[in-house]
Design a protein around this ligand. Structure first.
Ligand code: GTP
Ligand code: SPV
Ligand code: MN
Length: 588
C-alpha cells in the first residue's frame, strides 16, 4: 500500500511527467550530487574554495529575481475568504488553468521529492511539508532552510499530516508564472519561478500563508517576525518578536552586533523572518523559528553594518544574484569599501559603473542558521522561547518618513493590534514592481496572510484575550529622515539602544512620556553614551507631529473601509480613541 506521501507524489508525477523521481534523504553524499546537477545547469558556479569553501553563486533568470505578488493567489471557494488584500482564484478554475501549465512540465527533468520539517525536529510546534521540484537549486536551498530528508520522513511516517507543495520551473516565463495556495486543502502549487519565496515553498507559502490559516483554525500565530533574545547584565535573556516588511531590517536586527556589549547588552538570534507562536504552560506566548537557515538580503549588509552576518557567510552558503570578484569571491553594494577591479555583475557580465548596481538589489545569501556567531543557545528549544515584546516597524517614505517616532509603546494589546494593523511601509526590491511606494502592510503580512485580513485582525484581538502574559507591543522607525532626506538614526548595532528601552518598559522601568499615539522615551530615557547625535536630531526622532497624524488618521479610515463590515469593531474604536486623544492634546 502506498503511503499518503507516495500517493501524492505519484499524482504529482502523473501530472508533470518527469523522466525520473528521486526521494531526497538529506545526506551529504546526496547533497554533493544535487550540487553537481545544479552546476551542470549552467547558471551556478563554485566560489573560491579557499576563502569560501562549499559556497556557490547562482544566477536566476533576469526576469525572476524577486517574489511576484501580482501572480500570487489565495484559492478559496468564497472570494471573501481571501479578502480585499489578496489576489483570488476559484480553486477549481485555478487547478484547471495552472494544471495545464504543469501538465508535462517536468518532461526530460528529474522530480526531486523533498520532505522537510518546519521547526526543530523534536518540537511539538513543528510541522511537516513535502515539496516536489524540478530545480536542484531549490533542493540545495531547502536543505539549508529546513530540516530536510530522512529526519522529516521519520517524523511523518505513514501519516497524511503534511503540507504538499508542487513546484516546477516551467519555462520561467512570467506570463506563465503562478503561485497558488489552497488553504482549505493545505496545498501549494507554484510554476514558472525558481526564486526565493516563490520557489522555496516551506518559507512564505507554507510557513506564512498556509500556516496563518491553520494558526487561526487552531488558536496559534504564524507571523512575519524575527525572534531575538536580548541579554542584559547578569545574563537574563528577554525574547522579542519583530515584524518589519520584506527588506526592512529583520535579519539585520536579529543578528545585530550590539554597541552596548561592554555594558552587558547582547543580542541572540532565534530567527530572522518567521515566528510560529503558541501559548505555553507558563502563560507566555512561546515562539519557534520554523526555519533552519537565513535567506537574507545581501546589499547593504557589510563588515561595518553587520559583522555577525558577514562572519556566517564564509562557508556552506549559496549566493543568489550577487556579483563576483576576480578571486571568485562574492561581492555586493555595501560589502566593504569601493567595488574591486574585475567585478562580474549578477548577470555574468564584466561590470562598470555605467551598468548600475553590480549585485541585484534583491541579491540574497542562503546560510545555515547555526553558522551565525549570534545564534541563540535556545534556537532549537522544542518549547520555543517566551516572548515579552512585539515590535512593529517599517521603512517610510514621503510624509511617513517623519510620522512615526524612533520608538513608541502602545497603551495595551488592543491598541497594539491597531498599531500593527495600520502599519505602512515602502515597497522594496524583495518583490517585483515599483520600489519606494508607501503602502499599508499590516503586521508586515500584506503579501503573506492566507485569508481575509479583517479576520486576521480579529484573530489577533482574540489571541490577546487568551494569552495570560501577553507581549507588550511597540513600534519602531529606524528610517526617520531629516529635511535633507538623511537618516536621523544610525541604525544597525545602535538599534540595541532602543531594544534596551523596550526591555526596561517590559520590566516596568524605563522613563517614558505619554503622547496621543503611545509612550515615547523621555528625554533621558534612551541610553545614548558613546553615540554622536545632536539634541536637535534626537528631538526630531522622538517628535509626534499632530498635523501629520491627523492626515494619517484620514488615510487609516480609508484603508479600514476596504474591509467593510468584516473589520473588527475594536479597530474602529481604537481609531476614534486616537483622534479623541489628539483633540485633547491640541484643543481647537
Ligand atoms: P526579508 O528577508 O526580505 O524579509 O528582509 P529583512 O526584513 O530581513 O531585511 P534585512 O535585515 O535583510 O535588511 C534589508 C535592507 O535594509 C538591507 O539593505 C539593510 O542594509 C537595510 N537595513 C537593515 N537594518 C537597517 C537599519 O537599522 N538602518 C538602515 N538605515 N538600514 C537598515
Ligand atoms: C521576503 O520577501 O519577505 C523574504 C524573501 O523573506 S522571499 O523568501 O523571497 O520571500
Ligand atoms: Mn521576509
Amino acid at each position: 500500500m502506498a503511503t499518503p506521501l507516495e500517493s501524492w507524489v505519484n499524482e504529482a508525477a502523473g501530472l508533470t511527467k518527469p523522466d525520473r523521481v528521486v526521494y531526497c534523504d538529506g545526506s551529504d553524499s546526496e547533497n554533493q550530487r544535487i550540487i553537481g546537477e545544479m552546476l551542470r545547469g549552467g547558471d551556478s558556479f563554485p566560489l573560491n574554495e579557499k576563502t569560501y569553501p562549499n559556497c556557490y553563486l547562482h544566477r536566476s533568470s533576469p526576469n525572476d529575481v524577486a517574489r511576484t505578488e501580482h501572480l500570487t493567489f489565495i484559492c478559496t471557494p468564497d472570494k471573501d475568504d481571501a479578502g480585499p488584500t489578496n489576489n483570488w482564484m476559484d480553486p477549481g478554475g485555478a487547478k484547471h488553468k495552472v494544471g495545464a501549465l504543469l501538465d508535462g512540465a517536468m518532461h526530460g527533468r528529474t522530480m526531486y521529492v523533498v520532505p522537510y520539517i518546519m521547526g526543530p525536529a523534536n518540537s511539538p510546534l513543528s510541522k511537516v511539508g513535502v515539496e516536489v521540484t524540478d530545480s536542484p537549486y531549490v533542493v540545495a536551498s531547502m536543505r539549508i532552510m529546513s530540516r530536510m530528508g530522512k529526519v522529516a520522513m521519520d517524523r511523518l511516517g505513514a501519516s497524511s499530516d503534511f503540507v504538499p507543495g508542487l513546484h516546477s520551473l516551467g519555462d520561467l516565463d512570467p506570463m506563465r508564472r503562478y503561485i497558488l495556495h489552497f488553504p482549505q486543502e493545505k496545498l501549494i502549487w507554484s510554476v514558472g519561478s525558481g526564486y526565493g519565496g516563490n520557489a522555496l515553498l516551506g518559507k512564505k507559502c507554507f510557513a506564512l500563508r498556509i500556516a496563518s490559516y491553520m494558526a487561526r483554525e487552531q488558536g496559534w500565530m504564524a507571523e512575519h517576525m524575527l525572534i531575538l533574545g536580548l541579554e542584559s547584565p547578569g545574563g537574563k535573556v528577554t525574547y522579542m518578536g519583530a515584524a518589519f516588511p520584506s527588506a526592512c531590517g529583520k535579519t539585520n536586527l536579529a543578528m545585530m552586533v550590539s554597541v552596548l556589549e561592554n555594558q552587558g547588552y547582547r543580542v541572540w538570534t532565534v530567527g530572522d523572518d518567521i515566528a510560529w507562536m503558541k501559548i505555553g504552560d507558563d502563560g507566555y506566548l512561546h515562539a519557534i523559528n520554523p526555519e533552519a537557515g537565513f535567506f537574507g538580503v545581501a546589499p547593504g549588509t557589510g563588515l561595518k553594518t553587520n559583522p555577525n552576518v558577514m562572519g556566517a557567510l564564509t562557508k556552506n552558503t549559496l549566493f543568489t544574484n550577487v556579483a563576483m570578484t576576480a578571486q571568485r569571491e562574492p561581492w555586493w553594494e555595501g560589502f566593504d569599501g569601493a567595488p574591486p577591479a574585475g567585478l562580474i555583475n549578477w548577470k555574468g557580465e564584466p561590470w562598470d559603473s555605467s551598468k548600475g548596481p553590480a549585485a541585484h538589489p534583491n541579491a540574497r545569501y542562503t546560510v545555515p542558521a547555526r553558522q551565525s556567531p549570534s545564534i541563540s543557545p535556545k534556537w532549537e528549544a522544542p518549547e520555543g522561547v517566551p516572548i515579552s515584546a512585539f515590535i512593529f516597524g517599517g521603512r517610510f517614505g514621503g510624509r511617513r518618513a517623519r510620522l512615526a517616532p524612533l520608538v513608541y509603546e502602545s497603551f495595551d494589546w488592543q491598541h497594539g493590534v491597531f498599531v500593527g494593523a495600520t502599519m505602512a511601509s515602502e515597497t522594496t526590491a524583495a518583490a517585483t514592481g515599483d520600489v519606494g511606494v508607501t503602502r499599508r502592510d499590516p503586521m508586515a503580512m500584506l503579501p503573506f496572510c492566507g485569508y481575509n485580513m479583517a479576520d486576521y485582525f480579529q484573530h489577533w484581538l482574540e489571541m490577546g484575550k487568551k494569552i495570560p502574559k501577553p507581549p507588550k507591543i511597540f513600534h519602531v522607525n529606524w528610517f526617520r529622515r531629516d529635511a535633507d532626506r538623511k537618516f536621523l538614526w544610525p541604525g544597525y548595532g545602535e538599534n540595541v539602544r532602543v531594544l534596551k528601552w523596550i526591555l526596561e518598559r517590559v520590566e516596568g522601568r524605563g522613563a517614558a512620556e505619554e503622547t496621543p499615539i503611545g509612550y515615547v522615551p523621555a528625554r533621558n530615557g534612551l541610553t545614548l553614551d558613546g553615540l554622536k547625535i545632536s539634541p536637535q536630531a534626537l528631538e526630531e526622532l522622538l517628535k509626534v507631529n499632530a498635523d501629520d497624524w491627523v492626515q494619517e488618521m484620514a488615510d487609516t479610515q480609508e484603508f479600514f473601509d476596504k474591509f467593510g463590515s468584516r473589520l473588527p469593531r475594536e479597530l474602529r474604536e481604537e481609531h476614534e480613541k486616537l483622534s479623541r486623544r489628539f483633540q485633547r492634546a491640541v484643543p481647537a
